[in-house]
Design a protein around this ligand. Structure first.
Ligand SMILES: [Zn+2]
Ligand SMILES: [Zn+2]
Length: 417
């Protein structure tokens, strides 16, 4: 207990160094936002319903209290500091998207995530199961870390999302606030008169659209006996029409077509048939417009259903829809530090997202190596491979801060710079 207390105090001291000169983001309608904090002294409770009249006043509060986590409301309120939600008088909310690799099974998770069953002690590396495979218990404790591969996956999903927002919805690049969350992903905010007052249902429709929910093969290609008139899309059609046709073309022309079909769960008999007709299918797809009639005749409905399910999943953006439909969400404030990593919640532009670099955009602490004694480290954290399974290892100082913030059993031996 004593050690944990010392570590927390040490981390607060480290955060205080950053908060001497923070570049805190000032959201529009600043004085109509609710702010919320988690302080080092009281890690299990969030102090919310706070309002500030100016950025200076907020920064003064931050410098004085050195919070571990800082949030602000995506909503604007007439009375943001009213304690009762109904008395705040909601005026509108940004449209917010959250992309977090926590929900995505990245290949690197077995290098840095692990879980343990609190009932029987079974444990393993990688994405934690819903229930323990040995005893069925759902009391599972997870230890998760983020590495540059995770962030790169999140970046690709974010770029996919932005393509929907710009190409399909017509938002402009400069209307998007793109933020690295300081942990496992990105937040994308849109502050725009037109979306401010959208209700939850409207936001759910937007979320479903970018996720590809409700995409039905009968809407796209002709199916015998179907009452829906299909679009028969072409490759350069806008929105999902183009996305679906290009994805199908990529699938059927892929070199390891059989393997790809097997991976998504197509029956062996159907794979054999498609594979034997591959050249003919490609030829018909390359007709102008693509000859969907031919394809729908040689591929059965069941197979189409599976293929379209996969296309929607792959082409859709993997957002956390709960965040998008929530019109009273608290979200991390750009410019603050993430209390579990010590990285900066950083506002970046589109170019910055395309070329996202943890060290350039999110690391605020020193890179000089320090010697640490660490028990059971993950194999990879951010851009650093930890070779020692146990014992003493040299890591950049910012990795030490991350280890400390995420609760690793770590102790600095001495600085070697
Ligand atoms: Zn178990
Ligand atoms: Zn990773």
């Amino acid at each position: 207990m004593e050690i944990k207390f010392m570590k927390t105090r040490h981390l607060k001291y480290i955060f205080a160094r950053y908060y001497k000169k923070p570049s805190i983001y000032e959201p529009p309608e600043f004085d109509k936002r609710e702010f919320a904090f988690v302080y080092f002294e009281n890690p299990d409770s969030m102090q919310r319903h706070m309002g500030f009249s100016s950025l200076e006043e907020l920064i003064m509060h931050i410098e004085q209290k050195i919070p571990r986590h800082i949030y602000y409301s995506s909503a604007i309120y007439e009375y943001p500091s009213a304690v009762n939600m109904n008395e705040k008088e909601w005026l509108g909310a940004e449209l917010v998207f959250d992309i977090d690799v926590d929900h995505i099974d990245t290949p690197c998770k077995k290098l840095h995530d692990r879980w343990i069953c609190l009932d029987c002690g079974a444990n393993g590396w990688g994405l934690a199961p819903q229930a323990c495979y040995k005893c069925g218990s759902e009391r599972i404790r997870k230890e998760t870390w983020v590495c540059e591969t995770c962030i790169s996956v999140a970046k690709d999903e974010s770029l996919k999302l932005i393509d929907f927002l710009i190409s399909d919805f017509g938002f402009r690049k400069n209307e998007l606030l793109i933020v690295f969350s300081g942990h496992r992903g990105f937040h994308i905010h849109i502050y725009n008169e037109k979306i401010l007052e959208l209700n939850q249902e409207a936001r759910r429709e937007i979320a479903d659209y970018v996720r590809g929910i409700g995409i039905n093969y009968k809407m796209f290609i002709p199916v015998k006996g179907s009452l829906i008139k299909p679009y028969n899309p072409d490759f350069w059609d806008p929105a999902w029409l183009g996305r679906v046709s290009r994805a199908l073309y990529n699938l059927f022309t892929s070199i390891n077509l059989e393997e790809n079909l097997k991976k998504i769960g197509i029956a062996d008999r159907a794979i054999k048939k498609i594979s034997s007709l591959k050249q003919e299918i490609i030829k018909k797809l390359e007709e102008k417009p693509p000859n969907w009639n031919y394809l729908s005749k040689v591929i059965d409905e069941n197979t189409w259903e599976i293929i379209f399910h996969k296309v929607a999943e792959e082409e859709g953006a993997k957002i956390d829809e709960r965040v998008t439909i929530d019109i009273k969400r608290l979200i991390r404030l750009p410019g603050s530090l993430h209390g579990k990593t010590g990285m900066k919640v950083s506002k970046i532009d589109y170019h910055g997202l395309e070329n996202f670099d943890i060290r350039k955009h999110a690391v605020v602490f020193a890179e000089n190596p320090v010697k640490v004694d660490i028990k059971n480290p993950p194999q990879k954290i951010l851009d650093v491979l930890l070779e020692a399974k146990k014992g003493v290892v040299k890591v950049p100082y910012y990795i030490y801060v991350y280890l400390l913030a995420n609760g690793a059993e770590v102790r600095m031996i001495k600085s070697t710079s």
